[in-house]
Design a protein around this ligand. Structure first.
Ligand SMILES: [Mg+2]
Length: 436
């Protein structure tokens, strides 16, 4: 017959591999206590001579949560091998004695045949596999105990990934509302302002990982041998923010570090900054250069002298000395795929010139190819980059710090890793998922 066993996330792999083993001091979640993991039935181990494997006749009896989380296993078992689930039987209101248990005057109906005048039944009777008393106990509790191991070929995992994801999202929402999560956990799980979980795929995956359920969903990804790798520059190997801030502040100080003849449009943007910002305001962070007036002046400045600006960006040391060599050790062709900024007509060099100079100075080995794409009017290069996502039906791999580029690349059929600036370690971890 089919019976069911609930377990914990960290136990499921070994159970599916080695079977359900007796003698394991597991923790079980008892449905009737309404929650909380409790050590159940330690006292009974003495009578079994081991910790048996507890099984339920119906799904979800021990824990609805385990059922919904895919932590319930279906077990094909011969009932003649089973004995009574003593702890659950005691939960019906029995008192434990040294060699048996008794009910005052409210013994469960199925057990009446087996109790004496004092309401007493011997453990010895309940622990004979397949005995009438063991069957009666099973009818009473809806559960049974196997005093022998159950081999893996008799065990099936009951997992429904769709239901699991739905359950995870609703649980997470509930929990976050109830406990008012810290800023850290909010960030980690991308909760919105009301503490509700954003239900996108990446977010759900993070939660599954936190629960130790990552193995359910992690797809096996393999990069085909002739797939190419495309690596972004700014935010991955070159630090545009760190490079542009001192230049900008130097200009705000009234200096002329790049020696260019300002265009009309540059002067207009300069006046805006003078009008709207405090005279001693200086940029310090990535957010500062996103202030509209500052951003406009910055791009105008980059457009006046793109070559020297891009040639002189500081490298990300992790990107240049860890990530880049690793990409080149994979045997795949490694290209640079980077967006260019439009130069003003009389600029002496383009951003492509500057980037090529930077590559020659910092990258060893050099990239197979350096592909530059002109950003669209809205500043995005996502669509143009995505042209390289596939080649001859083969998905290529992109490493880029810009979420929009990553999304467009994946939408075009390629694989993409969303790189966090300065965090090559994380990217390298993900590369391992591709077998690199
Ligand atoms: Mg970038």
């Amino acid at each position: 017959m089919k019976m069911y066993h609930s377990t914990m996330p960290n136990a499921i792999d070994s159970i599916l591999r080695d079977g359900l083993k007796t003698g394991m001091l597991g923790i079980s979640k008892r449905a009737e206590t309404g929650g909380g993991y409790t050590m159940a039935g330690n006292w009974a181990d003495e009578h079994y001579g081991t910790r048996p494997v507890y099984l339920a006749v119906k799904q979800g009896l021990y824990s609805q949560a385990a059922r919904q989380l895919g932590l319930e296993l279906e077990v094909e078992i011969d009932p003649r091998t089973l004995v009574a689930d003593l702890p659950s039987l005691v939960d019906t209101g029995a008192y434990i004695e040294e060699d048996g248990m008794w009910w005052e005057d409210d013994a469960p109906p199925s057990m009446k045949r087996f109790i004496d005048a004092d309401g007493f039944v011997l453990f010895d009777e309940l622990l004979v596999p397949g005995s009438a008393a063991a069957y009666a106990a099973m009818r009473t509790t809806g559960t049974a105990a196997s005093p022998v191991d159950i081999p893996p070929e008799r065990i099936t995992r009951l997992a429904n990934e769709g239901a699991l994801r739905k359950y995870v999202r609703s649980t997470l929402a509930e929990v976050s509302n109830e406990y008012g999560w810290s800023a850290g956990s909010r960030k980690e799980f991308m909760l919105d302002d009301e503490g509700m979980v954003k239900s996108d795929k990446d977010n759900t995956e993070r939660f599954l990982k936190a629960l130790g359920l990552m193995e359910i969903k992690t797809p096996k990804l393999t990069l085909q041998p002739d797939a190419q790798i495309f690596c972004d520059m700014d935010g991955v190997i070159a630090n545009f923010v760190a490079g542009v801030i001192p230049v900008l502040n130097d200009i705000l100080d009234g200096n002329d570090p790049l020696h260019f003849e300002p265009t009309k449009s540059w002067r207009k943007r300069w006046r805006r900054v003078q009008r709207d910002m405090e005279p001693d305001w200086r940029a310090a962070t990535a957010n500062d250069i996103n202030i509209k007036q500052i951003r406009n002046l910055m791009f105008a400045t980059v457009g006046e002298a793109p070559g020297p600006i891009f040639a002189n960006l500081p490298p990300y040391n992790d990107g240049v000395s860890k990530l880049w060599p690793l990409l080149n050790s994979t045997g795949h062709t490694v290209n640079i795929l980077t967006a260019t900024v439009k130069a003003t007509p009389d600029a002496t060099s383009t951003s492509r010139d500057g980037k090529l100079e930077w590559i020659a100075a910092h990258l060893s080995p050099p990239p197979s190819e350096t592909i530059t794409v002109q950003a669209d009017r809205d500043g995005s290069s996502a669509e143009k980059k995505a042209h390289y996502a596939m080649r001859g039906g083969v998905p290529n791999l992109l490493i880029d710090d810009h979420a929009k580029n990553v999304a467009a690349w994946r939408a075009a059929g390629g694989y993409a890793i969303h790189h966090k600036p300065g965090k090559s370690k994380l990217t390298i971890k993900q590369l391992e998922r591709y077998g690199l």
